[in-house]
Ligand binder design. Structure first.
Ligand SMILES: [Zn+2]
Length: 432
């Protein structure tokens, strides 16, 4: 049964009802003058042209937004909560950057009070950037995951996170053991998975920082809890690939290290996947895995150019990730811009539709949340972002001159800066 309408927002609306890869531009519903009607408990009642819905919802109070596009909230498919203070720290590739900037920043999260303070900052930053859902790495300390879940629960956010599993090749203060990592993950799953809108992801950092035993135990957790996700990194950097070969001799390619330990399935979300061999592409798509494309970080760390075109051809589920702190912005609009440039650097193309889909419904599907969020269809949870398409004169001009939804969405992604993002709404309520 549909909830009774409580409030309506009148603005331009854009959302995806299917994948532009399959349905082309018809996948996007765009209403220049639209009405988003929200019911009790923050559930979408209906969205469409204001002209056709005004009479039907005549008694419902209307919030009128000027120069505003309402979009489903952005989904950040890969981000690190304890790396806020490692952001914009330059110099070196992935492995150097981890040792020099990231591990020291993550060590501070052993302190529960500090983790709680940073969780507040982190979630506020996500919302300020229009991101209403994220798949998040905590640190290896259980208390960091507890702090993040507790704050996200207070804000009623749909968020998936996990404590990092890491039992080697990292400073001792950041290492757990195969046994303690599995035990703490199990405790966190029991406490937080399914609490409110929260979900859990088993989160080994990446193959180089886990022993074979720890990865096996991660696979056992996945088997034990059939609806938690697996979230890790894969084939981000060439030196990382050499390191994996050295650590797991005779095991084939990088993906097979995860495959042999039960970590490659339709619940797996792999960040990066830049340097995959031909057979790895076939296997990873056959298993129904999702990928998080993180172009901000791939450029910042010089990791390489993700083959978005190939992933799309294989009909894989793809989300966009900021990968903060390797990425130098929380803003998914900027990730869209860099995704476009990555595609151009490869000689490929990426449309506005493809980018916005990956940032909303596609990202939700990558996290297996598309039955709850990602668009404005009736029954969906009304997490959305208000974007000011006249935030600066150049954007206002370009928006006005754009003729089609494709052109408008493309221009908004290319010309957005933080003032473009006005507000985020969680379950219909203003969240920042
Ligand atoms: Zn990452």
């Amino acid at each position: 049964m549909r909830p009774s309408p409580v409030i309506a927002h009148r603005a331009s609306l854009a959302h995806f009802v299917s994948d532009p890869e399959i349905c082309g531009e018809k996948a996007c519903e765009f209403f220049e003058d639209g009405l988003l009607v929200i019911g009790e408990s923050g559930i979408v009642v209906e969205a469409g042209a204001a002209e056709s819905l005004r009479e039907k919802y005549a008694g419902v109070p209307v919030v009128a937004h000027k120069n505003t596009l309402l979009s489903p909230g952005f989904v950040d498919a890969h981000i690190h909560f304890p790396q806020v203070d490692a952001i914009a720290c330059g110099g070196g590739d992935l492995l150097e950057w981890l040792n020099r900037h990231t591990f020291p920043a993550e060590a501070a999260f052993a302190d529960a009070d500090y983790a709680a303070e940073m969780a507040e900052f982190f979630l506020a930053e996500l919302l300020a950037n229009g991101t209403t859902t994220a798949l998040v790495f905590a640190s290896s300390h259980k208390c960091s995951a507890d702090a993040l879940f507790a704050r996200a629960r207070e804000k009623n956010m749909r968020l998936i996170a996990g404590k990092v599993l890491m039992d080697r090749n990292a400073p001792p203060e950041l290492c757990d053991t195969a046994e303690s990592g599995a035990r703490e993950s199990r405790e966190l799953i029991r406490q937080w998975h399914g609490a409110g809108r929260l979900g859990y992801a088993v989160t080994p950092r990446f193959a180089p920082t886990s022993t074979s035993e720890q990865l096996h135990k991660a696979g056992e957790l996945l088997a034990e809890f059939p609806d938690v996700l697996l979230h890790t990194h894969l084939s981000e950097n060439r030196r990382e690939l050499d390191f994996v070969r050295e650590l797991f001799p005779g095991e084939g390619d990088y993906l097979s290290v995860y495959e042999r330990r039960g970590l490659v399935c339709e619940r797996s979300v792999f960040a990066h996947a830049i340097h995959l061999g031909g057979d790895e592409w076939r296997r990873i798509s056959a298993r129904g895995c999702a990928l998080a494309h993180c172009p901000l970080s791939n450029f910042f760390l010089g990791s390489g150019l993700f083959d978005f075109a190939r992933a799309r051809e294989l009909r894989m589920r793809i989300g966009l990730g900021s990968d903060v702190g390797g990425g130098n912005s929380f803003c998914i609009l900027r990730a869209m811009e860099e995704a476009y440039k990555t595609a151009r650097m490869r000689g490929d193309n990426l449309t506005g539709m493809q980018m916005w889909h990956a940032a909303t419904l596609g990202g939700a599907a990558a996290l297996r949340l598309d039955s709850h969020i990602g668009n404005f269809l009736p029954g969906k949870e009304a997490d959305f972002v208000a974007l000011d398409f006249a935030a600066h004169p150049l954007l206002a001009r370009r928006w006005q001159q754009s003729q089609t939804p494709e052109e408008k969405l493309f221009a908004l992604a290319m010309l957005s800066e933080r003032p473009t993002i006005k507000n985020a709404y969680i379950l219909g309520e203003l969240a920042n």
